[in-house]
Design a protein around this ligand. Structure first.
Ligand code: SAH
Length: 313
């Protein structure tokens, strides 16, 4: 017996009766398929719909209802059952996203109605995806949650552009950061971020903050000639990748009309980007030496930028 659907509310207008879950005939295996009354937080991967995991795909194929982000590739919804409800909750052109608290209510209400619920999120649900908040809220309401990891944007964009995020000779680690704080504050520890030259820095949600990121890192001592890249709409046919230097980051973001979603990668590994793999746009004018908008070039680095980012003579 499935539990009764909850009473109607503006957030949960009408929840269909839970269907019988029959998995005969070569359907997804029971251990991989969402169960009624359960929420699966599924990572869709970035951009390319092929980047979802097999487990994520199986969950999608078996779900009664799918709440999907705008960052998840729309083609993935073709894998849903024809009778599955598909509910967009991400930002769309001209429309605001559904507030996070309302998503929590919607997920819980549909699970309580006995439906197998998939929450499809771009990239990995636990990396800047608010998946942690969704899990906490569902657990607090007694709803079982399963998390299916996904390829995060840093990995997807790195693969799509030929930038290894770590490399024995160039980067001993990688640091995933958000440039966009919930309260709008920029209280990152810029000193430590700029001090560790052994790691690659990747900034999520950084397109509008590119100037701020560049300025802070430069002012905290990271050399202006440090290679940097902006990857817009990575792993999609619309991908645009720009190579620049830390000092030129803000200008590059402005000049090339990059669109969201966009990732910033900073570190020597950017020099390994393969121009044969993707059509890179280089933004490295000859006078690039370390000064950035409104700031003196006091942190100028004398080392030459490594090839292929070397400035033209
Ligand atoms: N959970 C996601 C991240 C969500 S935050 C993940 O693991 O990838 C949203 C940010 O992710 C965007 O602002 C952007 O910085 C990055 N992003 C997501 N998809 C991207 C893509 N296809 N290309 C470039 N950046 C992407």
């Amino acid at each position: 017996m499935h539990p009764k659907p909850p009473p109607e509310s503006p957030l949960v207008p009408s929840i269909p009766a839970a269907p019988r879950h029959s998995r005969a005939g070569g359907g997804p295996s029971p251990d991989a398929a969402p169960a009624p009354g359960h929420v699966w937080l599924v990572g869709a991967g970035p951009g390319d719909p092929d980047l979802i995991t097999l487990r994520g795909l199986r969950a999608l194929q078996a779900a009664d209802v799918v709440f999907h982000d705008s960052l998840a590739a729309p083609e993935l919804l073709d894998h849903c059952r024809p009778d599955a409800l598909r509910i967009p909750v991400g930002k769309r052109a001209g429309r605001h996203s559904v507030p996070q608290e309302d998503i929590h209510v919607l997920l819980a209400a549909h699970a309580r109605a006995g439906l197998a619920v998939v929450r499809l999120k771009g990239g990995d649900p636990f990396i800047f995806g608010r998946g942690g908040e969704e899990m906490e809220s569902l657990r607090a309401q007694g709803i079982p949650v399963t998390v299916v990891p996904g390829v995060t944007a840093a990995s997807g964009c790195a693969a799509a552009t030929g930038i290894p995020l770590t490399h024995r000779d160039l980067a001993a680690g990688v640091c995933l950061m958000t440039a966009h704080r919930q309260d709008g504050a920029h209280d990152l520890d810029w000193t430590s971020l700029a001090a560790d030259r052994q790691r690659t820095l990747v900034f999520y949600m950084g397109l509008s903050q590119a100037g701020h990121v560049g300025t802070e890192l430069l002012l905290h001592g990271l050399p202006g000639a440090t290679p940097a890249a902006l990857v817009s709409q990575g792993a999609t046919p619309r991908q645009k990748a720009v190579r620049c230097t830390l000092a030129g980051l803000a200008r590059a973001a402005r000049r090339h009309e990059l669109e969201s979603p966009c990732l910033i990668v900073i570190g020597d590994v950017v020099t390994l980007a393969d121009p044969a793999l993707v059509p890179w746009v280089d933004d490295l004018p000859a006078h690039e030496t370390g000064a950035i908008d409104g700031h003196p070039a006091e942190n100028r680095d004398d080392r030459p930028a490594a090839s292929p980012l070397a400035c033209p003579a």
